[in-house]
Design a protein around this ligand. Sequence first.
Ligand code: UTP
Length: 288
Amino acid sequence: MKKITKAVFPVGGLGTRFLPATKSIPKELLPIIDKPLIQYAVEEAIEAGIETLIFITSAAKHAISDHFDPMPDLRAKFMAQDKQHLVDKLDTLPITIQRVFIPQGQPLGLGHAVLQAAPMIEQGEMFAVILADDFIQAPSNPLQKLIEAASHTGRATLSVEAVADDRISSYGVIAPGSWDQGITQVNDIIEKPAAASAPSEFGVIGRYVLPQSVFGQLKATGMDHNQEIQLTDALHELIADGGLQAVQLQGQRFDCGSQEGFVMANLHVAIQNPKLQQQIKTYLSSWE
Ligand code: UTP
């Protein structure tokens, strides 16, 4: 099987939960302390062997392209001042990495966003999908694990984690088979089930490795009642058509598409930063 070297970053959503910030700042550029969510996601992808980044954008998201542009003048200035630590912060992308920006046109859902990457993926090729607003802190690279599992079996591979009952109805939820070293076959997948009818506690999170054939399923998938194309519907078809497997996330995930997840992610990173932790802890303890 061809090596997995392309990752799709759907960044075409409206980010309505962060208005008015998202009037002019794409949600994916919101920072965890000083680094934007999309930068974390891109670093995870590159570390996992990705060489081509495919951003599915909306018209309002030029700032994402700007973020990855070099700044030669400022770079030269910092170099002349011997401020290497600032130069390192400006270098957001290694020069060997290719960037592609594809406009989504209209925000017609995650499935529609992924479908826009179809011209970039060759027949028989597998590719990664990363949702930057799922911010993950893990002992080992979460995408790498998916790529290894997918490369081993050739199956579409999802990342899942155990989700509390009161939140499960916001997720795509899998019916797993038996688990072997954190990997299971997926027997069914249900989008946003009621807690009582959820097939398991395992919700799908924002890391996927998908086969090129998913584009056929996405094209065949109609719009749902919200006039969106859901990725979960296409994944459901993959179960019959060659198989779907899931890898349980080993690590901590923050849903930075939600305000509480975003604030908790910032606290989590701040508390681990030796320069910030004491002040943050003192401040938090003043609320106890
Ligand atoms: P969300 O469901 O979080 O939607 O999308 P959203 O529009 O970004 O945010 P809210 O709900 O209005 O606050 C999950 C991921 O899918 C992308 C988003 O950018 C996000 O990374 N997405 C969603 C698209 O790229 N296009 C879409 O049409 C919808």
